[in-house]
Ligand binder design. Sequence first.
Ligand code: HH2
Length: 279
Amino acid sequence: MQHWQTTRYKIDLTRPRVMGIVNLTPDSFSDGGRHAGAQAALAHCERLVREGADILDIGGESTRPGAEPVPLDEELARVLPVLEGAMSLGVPVSLDSYKPAVMRAALELGVDIVNDIKALREPGALDVVAGHPNCGVCLMHMRGMEPRSMQDGDPEYGDVVREVGDFLRERRDALAARGVAAERMVLDPGIGFGKRSEHNVALLARQHELLALGLPILAGWSRKGTLGRITGRDVGDRLVASVTAALAAVQHGARIVRVHDVAETVDALKVWAAAGLPA
Ligand code: HH2
């Protein structure tokens, strides 16, 4: 699949795309609180677009291990004004939420993509996306259903890449059975979601195996804990590690990378392309 069909845009994936992260949460693991307030968040969106973001991913609830869920009203109040403002910035706008009611409200505004860490497993979520004529959707793997407890009991897998692949195939097929075209879907191995570092690393080194599912891959490594464990660096000091992981993900076949540090990732991908590496 060389493109991603979304509400307003058919995103060309013949070159890798950068999804810029906009967290409207006081407790996100790396940039929590910095963009609280719609004005500040929109200024951040504008900056990411200037820096070369191809997509903006806007979320109102932190999914770090142990994070408390945000009530529906609070999440709607956080995300809707920012989604609405971001819609006029000339790039596709993605909602990062697993709540069907938030998805529905965002799609009513005309948002382009639903990015769901639960891969539409909440009751009613499949209906919202299947009931829309053409929004894009990102289906992500997470062990279990709750970010709060996903790391409990030290996650174990037999073959993590096979198990994540089986999960993503099942979610892809569930959506296809509801009439959603394959060109609207991308798949995400869910780095850090119910996985130990060795699992995350295997999902990078063997990420290309997931290409057998026939859909584009989106990878989110930015500032995550496994990079801290590999480098020994705190969350605020993982820029080089994050950019390197994004390039490695592209090398292994990802077509979209979800990042906080847009300018640096865009630069790296330009050099990557100039060097004739996968682009
Ligand atoms: N990671 C996070 C949130 N949403 N969505 C996708 N598709 N893939 C990811 O890897 C992913 C995601 C967690 O990162 P972040 O948004 O930076 O932190 P927080 O959840 O604490 O806001």
